[in-house]
Write a protein that binds this ligand. Structure first.
Ligand code: 13P
Ligand code: SF4
Length: 301
């Protein structure tokens, strides 16, 4: 039996659901039951009837699944798959910013630790950041850790004051895109879609700014696209639309997203490792912030 067949057998035997982010290696995406963006993975994890969830992605994704499904066993095949963007923000920074801006709301991107979520009022993903900010009564919003997503939200919600926390928070994969790349793509007649973690000048030169789930939904109305995000998005989109061309930057690699192998997934299912556990004193307030985001989505539905 091949390792892929064994993974499918183990999945059934353990009554597990495999969730993979859009940036996971192609073979992991192929082995998964659900492939999606951060929000889709969180929603599907919460809806799942299986008692075991294997989250192939980075740690904050597995933690978010655990927060929304505390009764389930949530496994991450590679425990040190992190997100350098999430490391920009700490709970202490939030406490200090609250003192400096009394009365401001604190919105944190799900790309953050459970400890940071616990210090926030509400979380958001790149698919719903605008809606989350609009839903709040406060006029001043402390928003972190991604300053480019903060800047995108500011353009969408100009009536509020968005303060990036910290101002230098960024993702090294998305900030590497250059205006030269955009000019070159334009000269070839390609349409351009970028993730809101890209810098403002890339955002303003793009035809579409979207979460990775938004790219799946909208990036299919043209034959040739330049995709300003992690390169595995090209695999995902090409699989969905084999008749179209999705050009990516082959150097746009999230190293942590590439840590998961089929062997890791196999071991995770076989041995029930590595289980995500969040102490109650962090999980309870962090869950409140994630559930507040889910409530905004429910109101919109
Ligand atoms: P999405 O929620 O759009 O999938 O983004 C997650 C992420 O980590 C982007 O770098
Ligand atoms: Fe984090 Fe950037 Fe990797 Fe997304 S692509 S998981 S933001 S480091």
């Amino acid at each position: 039996m091949t390792i892929k067949e064994e993974i499918q057998q183990l999945k059934i035997a353990k009554n597990a659901l495999i969730l993979a982010h859009n940036y996971q290696p192609g073979e992991i995406q192929d082995a998964a039951d659900i492939v999606g963006d951060s929000l889709e993975l969180a929603v599907k994890a919460a809806e799942a009837t299986e008692p075991v969830l294997v989250v192939c992605g980075v740690r904050f994704m597995a933690e978010t699944a655990k927060l929304l499904s505390p009764e389930k066993t949530v496994l991450i095949p590679v425990p040190d798959a992190g997100c350098p963007l999430s490391d920009f923000l700490t709970p202490d920074m939030i406490h200090a910013a609250r003192k400096e801006h009394p009365g401001a709301a604190v919105v944190v991107y799900v790309n953050s630790s459970a400890e940071v979520k616990a210090a926030a009022d509400i979380t958001c993903t790149s698919a719903n950041a605008e809606a989350v900010v609009r839903s709040l009564d406060q006029e001043t919003i402390l928003f972190g850790p991604d300053a480019n997503l903060a800047s995108f939200v500011q353009t969408q919600v100009p009536e509020k004051r968005i303060i990036p926390l910290p101002p230098e928070g960024h993702c090294y994969v998305h900030t590497a895109f250059t205006e030269d790349q955009i000019r070159e793509a334009r000269s070839k007649g390609w349409r351009i879609v970028c993730h809101p973690e890209c810098p403002p000048e890339i955002q303003s030169d793009s035809d579409l700014i979207a979460s990775t789930g938004g790219m799946v939904q909208h990036a299919c109305d043209c034959d040739e696209w330049f995709i300003c995000t992690e390169r595995e998005m090209g695999y995902r989109l090409t699989k969905l639309h084999p008749d179209r061309h999705f050009h990516v930057d082959s150097d746009a690699i999230c190293k942590d997203m590439k840590k998961t192998t089929l062997e890791d997934l196999h071991r995770s299912l076989r041995d029930g490792i590595f289980e995500v556990e969040i102490p109650d004193e962090i999980a309870v307030p962090a869950r409140k912030a994630v559930e507040a985001m889910m409530a905004v989505l429910e109101k919109r539905a």
